[in-house]
Design a protein. Sequence first.
Length: 403
Amino acid sequence: MPVSKNKYIPTISSLYVNYIFQGIATIIVSQNMSVLRENWGASISQITLVISAIGLGRILSINAAGVISDTLGRRRAVLLGIISYIIFFIGLLLAPNYIVAFIISIFAGFGNAFLDTSTYPVVVEAFESRNSNSALSVLNKAFISMGQFVFPIITSFILKNGHYFGWTFIVSAVCMILNLVVSLKLPFPAVEKKPDVEVQSTVDVEPVARRKQANFRVEGLALLIFSFVSVSLFNIYITWIPSFAQQAIGMAEADSLVLVSAYSIFSFISVFLTSFIVNRGINVPVFMIGCTTMTGLALLLMILVPNLYTVMFSTFVVGFFAAGGIWQLGLAILLEFFPFKRGLITSYYSLATSIAVMGIPYLTGILAEHNLNNVFILIISLAFLGSVCLFIVHKRYQTIFYK
């Protein structure tokens, strides 16, 4: 069936609207850091602790969210995700202090987990064509980037014109409520319950034998570290680049917030360009080494020679090379090394990501209280650590699959 005639297209469109606000949720605290610090009487590290709660919420709920999505249905999981984000947006605005805000932010992690464990399965179940569901599945990153592009521009406008900062929280919650109502009325595909399939004895033995040489304590661990690193790179950057631009080059606060919009444009473009390049048969581990190394070098140049040009250049590099899909490429390589327990291996990879989302914001908040440059030295170190891990992966990949 052509994609345009599929009855689930409105449903999938509604689901991807949620990802606009998931993108907003990840930056809404950092974009409003100054006013929230004042409202909550909080330090920088206490504000970043609130951001860390999103990762904690995801870790606490990801397994339960998957079970609920599979047993109670995709619609219920989607509704729980939307309700969690409504609580997050309204709760943050009403929170009297950072401790309450920390508890409220856990709901954003719940929302993240419920949407992730329901949206992708809906796409897969709605389309028989593998090409169609693969093409649509990549759009979640695009819609996240869309939210992260628009929101800083709106926040900058509000700041420049002296409007109430809370309007962005209210409008986000209202949009989620409207989408909640829409989701109640739209059709959802039935959850697929496939029987266990016996493995045929005609499996090609040679590739299997070679894959058994993979060692999880070497390339497996290297890729888990990379999972932690890759998410940390762009999460740290979008949280702290406005503050760096204000302190290092004297950029106005309203203007500095728009740097995150620029990052989002480059990230959006890179998602599709990276997919195109990889499909052309490029050596993926080498490409990924180039991405992390370029990121580290660009950030090093920025802190050594801080000016508008190096800040813009680093924004381009982080958006294009660090946030354009290399996390997904790392997962694909990991599953190529270890193809027999894909669910378990993927959960390890995602857990490393969740630990980064939970721990890194608070760590960078502590570093920023002493010297903001320390935050960017941390990113640079992580970028080069990622390159080292990927070099190990590259060597092991060559040994296992090409020798």
